[in-house]
Design a protein around this ligand. Structure first.
Ligand code: SPV
Ligand code: MN
Length: 635
């Protein structure tokens, strides 16, 4: 004990000249020496003028909000509670190239993952962080991932010089200071050190070529520098998620890129679903379907509690995409984003104190302020490309609690029981809009591991490139990929009754015309169908790729949910099994795992091959490459 006290005193002494008496007291109340060490080491490296310790009190939160505005990192908008933040033109999404794992000598990560030798990476990123906070304040925030005091809880500490980051974290994560004051000296927690780096007069990071986001998984520390985009700077979002995936794999639970929602079924029942979708593929829009409840939109922790799969949200807010949110397609969110409440908008177009984004359902102004400064219609970038009024990846940050459809179980310490899990990507050619797997293993492999998608604007780089995005965590996986698949397979085997697994695809197109075969609202019908399946209330047809809905059931649901007639012709188009496209998909998936994933489990190849055999057999039996759904028997 004396040793612990001595260590804490030593660190407190080192940072004493930079903190106020009040903050000194706040920090002294914590008895976890690694917290003090982390703060002292970060201060020593980044050399801030001052250190501010936030204890999550209303005064501290108000101070963070005020400083975000005083420094100019955020600007107030006309609507009370609304502010706007801009990231630089080269900092508009997660940056795959700049994001790397620090791999100690002798350790192995799949080739598909971006990595650098640990010693080399540490030297590089620490070099960039050196003196980065000179003349600024280093803000220290404590957070709690998952509901507090629960089996799901993971603690974290972030040191950052960005008031915008600190403000976002307050909206996105549960407060952690109190938990830290009660924590044992050897409590495990995650650490994040972030600096925006050199800023221009608009408080935007300028050294984008020196942007680095390095994940030191052997120490559970994340380093992020010369970036402000929240996906790179708000460490407890996608960066801590990577560390959580490692922890989950070691401990036999699942950390997933999934929304969690409560779907309302007949007789007032509610069934919980978790859904994995790559960024910008409909995850939040699904969780926000009108009449249902949202428990999470991005990161789910799933644990085996009494042989039942139970899920909790790691976060308590949303950092969501604005594009396409309008009063018709997303009425609930649209209302929140146009009403007085605390919202941080980023990378929108601002005109007369009002934020505008693409697809918001009204005409956008012809000029205003956007992520490139003053913008006017026709403005071009240095390559001569037209600059859009708002960035496609413009976002909003809100607390879930302000939503009228926020699920009341958000903070339940044992999470919610999952009835189903969905996997969905941007697959224009092969998979039908919704199908149920034959069993847990089939779902994990054919819908999860085989998830294919086209790249989107949520990451810096080219859009529309098809790629495998395993379980939608390709960008976040931090362990050998085969190990992750094995962990998923094993997780289901230990459950009394595993959640049903569904594959969804909101992006299926007509092979000839290229037109989308569904409208955005159709997903509500698929979700209601899945809910009925969990309770065995509807039947299905047995197709080679999974169990697919029957026309009569969908017709009734379209009428009931969307008040729309659903034609047999639409059903046939959407649920025809496209044998050539499905066989080609299996080829791509197999090749990916053979070439890129040295530790892929044999079970993956067996299950993919079974799917191939079912497709070939169905083609032979029907004599058709494109088999209409009615030809498949009812289960
Ligand atoms: C995503 O891109 O999946 C997001 C936003 O949820 S980010 O924080 O950038 O990861
Ligand atoms: Mn996400």
């Amino acid at each position: 004990m004396q040793q612990i006290i001595d260590e804490i005193s030593k660190c407190l002494k080192a940072i004493r000249p930079r903190i106020s008496e009040k903050d000194y007291v706040k920090l002294s109340a914590i008895k976890v020496p690694r917290v003090h060490q982390f703060i002292a080491e970060s201060a020593e490296l980044c050399n801030p003028e001052r250190i501010f310790i936030s204890d999550d009190s209303p005064e501290d939160i108000a101070y963070i909000r005020r400083m975000a505005i005083e420094t100019g990192e955020e600007k107030p908008l006309a609507m009370p509670g609304h502010t706007v933040h801009f990231d630089g033109p080269y900092d508009q999404g997660r940056d795959r190239e700049a994001t790397k794992y620090l791999v100690p000598k002798g350790d192995y990560l799949s080739k598909a993952l971006n990595q650098i030798d640990r010693d080399e990476g540490l030297a590089e990123v620490k070099g960039l962080l050196k003196d980065s906070m000179k003349g600024r304040t280093m803000i220290v925030r404590f957070v709690c991932l998952g509901p507090p005091n629960s089996v799901f809880t993971i603690l974290g500490v972030q040191c950052t010089d960005s008031w915008y980051v600190a403000h976002s974290e307050y909206l996105l994560f549960r407060p952690g200071y109190k938990t830290f004051t009660k924590a044992d000296p050897d409590t495990h927690f995650l650490r994040v050190l972030h600096s925006s780096g050199r800023l221009n007069e608009n408080m935007v990071s300028v050294d984008h070529d020196k942007k680095r986001v390095y994940i030191d998984y052997s120490e559970d520390i994340i380093y992020s520098v010369n970036t402000q985009y929240a996906g790179n700077s708000v460490g407890f979002k996608k960066l801590a998620f990577r560390l959580a995936i490692r922890k989950a794999n070691q401990e036999g639970w699942l950390a997933e890129h999934m929304m969690i929602m409560g779907v309302h079924g007949p007789g007032g029942r509610k069934t919980y679903f978790a859904g994995a979708f790559p960024s910008a593929c409909g995850k939040t829009a699904t969780a926000m379907l009108p009449g249902e409840t949202i428990l999470g939109d991005d990161i789910a922790y799933i644990r085996n509690v009494g042989s039942v799969a139970r899920a909790a949200n790691a976060e308590c807010g949303i950092f969501g995409i604005l594009q396409g949110i309008n009063s018709h397609d997303d009425p609930v969110l649209y209302k929140v984003l146009t009403s007085p409440c605390e919202v941080i908008f980023s990378n929108v177009l601002v005109k007369d104190g009002k934020p505008y984004w693409l697809g918001m359902g009204c005409e956008l102004p012809k000029d205003g302020i956007n992520y490139t400064g003053y913008w006017w219609e026709g403005k071009r970038d240095e390559n001569g490309e037209p600059i859009p009024p708002a960035h496609k990846n413009a976002r909003y940050t809100v607390s879930l609690k302000v939503l009228e459809n926020c699920d009341p179980e958000l903070d339940n310490p044992i999470g919610v029981e999952l009835g189903g899990i969905m996997y969905g990507g941007r697959d224009s050619k092969a998979y039908v809009p919704v199908q149920q797997s034959f069993n847990w293993e089939h779902g994990i492999i054919c819908y999860g591991a085989a998830l294919e998608t086209e790249t989107t604007f949520a990451i810096v780089g080219k859009e529309g490139i098809p790629e495998i995005n395993m379980m939608s965590i390709q960008d976040f996986i931090s362990i050998p990929m085969g190990q992750n698949i094995r962990n998923n397979l094993n997780f289901g085997k230990k459950l009394k009754k595993p959640p049903l697994i569904f594959g969804v695809n909101y992006f299926l197109r007509d092979l000839k015309t290229g037109e989308y075969l569904n409208s955005p609202r159709d997903k509500h019908v698929w979700v209601k169908w899945m809910e009925l399946r969990v309770h065995n209330d509807v039947g299905a047809r047995v197709a080679p790729t999974g169990l697919i809905p029957k026309y009569e059931d969908l017709r009734l649901l379209f009428k009931k949910v969307l008040n729309r007639e659903y034609s047999k012709a639409d059903y046939t188009k959407q649920f025809t099994i496209r044998v050539p496209e499905n066989l080609a998909k299996i080829e791509r998936v197999e090749r990916f795992y053979r070439e890129k994933v040295a530790d892929a489990p044999e079970e993956l190849f067996i299950i993919l091959n079974q799917q191939r055999e079912r497709l070939v057999e169905a083609r032979e039996k029907s004599g058709m490459d494109y088999i209409p759904p009615e030809l498949f028997e009812e289960e």
